[in-house]
Every structure is written in C-alpha cells, then in structure tokens.
Design a protein around this ligand. Structure first.
Ligand code: FPP
Length: 233
C-alpha cells in the first residue's frame, strides 16, 4: 500500500460555471465562489504539509470563452494577488507561475511578477498558478528553446526547459465536477501521476473532500511502469 503523502498535487478546478447555472446565477459568480475554494484548499494543503500545489486557473483554450468571462477571471486573479499577500506571508507560501506570461495583458502580468517577487523567499510551500497554461504549449516552448540553442531533444533537456524545472512531477492530480479528462494540464509532468476525480463542483469542494483525495492516493500502488515490490524477485 502507498503510504506516502503526495509531494506535488495538481488541481483542475472544474464546475464553477455549472455551480452558478444550477443557482440561476451568472457564470462569473461561480468563479467568484471558486476562488474562495482555491484559497481554502491552498490553506488546507499548507496545513497538511504538502510542499507543491499547482492550480489550473486559466488554460490556453479558455480564451474561447466570452470576453466578459475572460476579463472577469483575469480581474479575479489580479484582485486576489493584490489583496492576499498577507495570507501568503502568514503561511509562508511562495507563488510560482506556469504558462505563457508574455501574452497576458500588462496589468495582470505586472501583478503576477510582483506577487512572485514578494513571495520569492517564502519557503513552507509553493503554489504554482497555471495561467494561460497548456501542456502542449509548455512542451512546444521547451522544444523551441532547445532548438534555438542547438541542444538535442531528450527527456532530460525537455525536463530542464519546462516552466518550473525544479518542481517535482505531480504525484496526484485532482479534478472536480466528475469529468474524466486531462484538458491539456501538465501533460509532460503527469506521466505517472495518480488521478482522482471528485463529483463535487469546485465551489462545493471542501477540506474533507481534499482529505478523501489524499486517502485515496495513499491506497494506490504506484509501479511507474515496473513491478510491485513483492513481484520484484
Ligand atoms: C473551470 O470551471 C474554472 C475556470 C476555468 C476558472 C477557475 C479560476 C479561478 C477559480 C480563479 C483561480 C485564481 C487563483 C488565484 C487561484 P468551468 O467554468 O469550466 O465550469 P463548468 O465546466 O461548470 O462550466
């Protein structure tokens, strides 16, 4: 039985829109509630000593949504980063970024830069915000960097040219809202991640649901393509 806690958890925070629709509210209200859940689960992860948490806040495909929704999500992220630095300081959480920062608008990119710099020395936990992130895009950017410096494309050189090469691969990926899809999240890094799907919509996802995911992870037997220990002779 797998007893260890995950070192790195990734979360696909799905179901904000449905949460709002079921209540006859605008989809944006779902994102507002979703942000509260994100903060709750960051705190829960920190309290449980999880060293790395990646939150899929905005994908490279999310630009297909209406301008109103896109602007609302960007504004929400910006406001959160402007208002919550005390929370990250109190909990000693370092913020990191995954995705394509250069194609975000300057007002959001500046606030992200500032948040990364303010929290750079905090060392209890790292939260990686995946914004304008796509797994394919990340691999393409890594490959292009290698081509531009004339290095061969190998597993090692790609690893070293991902957005956060020092962050270990995710052990556990949680997706909410009952969807069984990877949706372009950490495609390279999740090669051996365990997946956990919760039927809860993201705004309804509580600490106890997070704990259920951690318990399920501990029951998984991870072989990384090899054999179980007892079969290894
Ligand atoms: C997916 O639900 C959710 C998103 C695309 C946006 C999530 C972003 C936040 C909650 C902000 C997070 C910010 C920080 C700083 C952590 P959906 O709209 O796809 O839901 P649906 O499938 O029910 O429509």
């Amino acid at each position: 039985m797998q007893k260890q806690a995950p070192i790195h958890i990734g979360i696909i925070m799905d179901g904000n829109g449905r949460w709002a629709c079921y209540r006859n509210m605008a989809r944006t209200q779902g994102h507002l509630e979703g942000l509260k859940t994100a903060k709750r689960i960051v705190k829960a992860s920190s309290d449980r000593g999880i060293p790395f948490l990646t939150l899929y806040a905005f994908s490279t495909e999310n630009w297909k949504r209406t301008a109103e929704e896109v602007n609302f999500i960007m504004g929400l992220i910006r406001q959160h980063l402007l208002a919550q630095m005390d929370f990250y300081r109190e909990n000693q959480i370092r913020l990191r970024f995954a995705g394509s920062l250069s194609s975000l608008s300057k007002d959001i990119a500046d606030v992200i830069h500032e948040a990364l710099s303010i929290t750079a020395s905090f060392s209890k936990m790292q939260v990686i915000l995946a914004i304008n992130y796509g797994g394919r895009d990340e691999i393409i950017r890594a490959a292009n960097r290698l081509i531009s410096v004339g290095l061969p494309i190998t597993e090692e050189t790609i690893n070293k040219n991902l957005d956060n090469p020092d962050v270990p691969d995710p052990d556990l990926i949680i997706r909410t809202a009952g969807e069984y899809r990877t949706s372009n999240f950490l495609l390279w890094e999740a090669a051996y991640a365990e997946y956990y799907i919760s039927d809860k919509l993201w705004p309804d996802f509580l600490e106890e649901d997070f704990d259920a995911a951690l318990s399920a992870f501990q029951k998984r037997i991870r072989r990384f393509g090899g054999l179980k220990d007892e079969q290894n002779h």
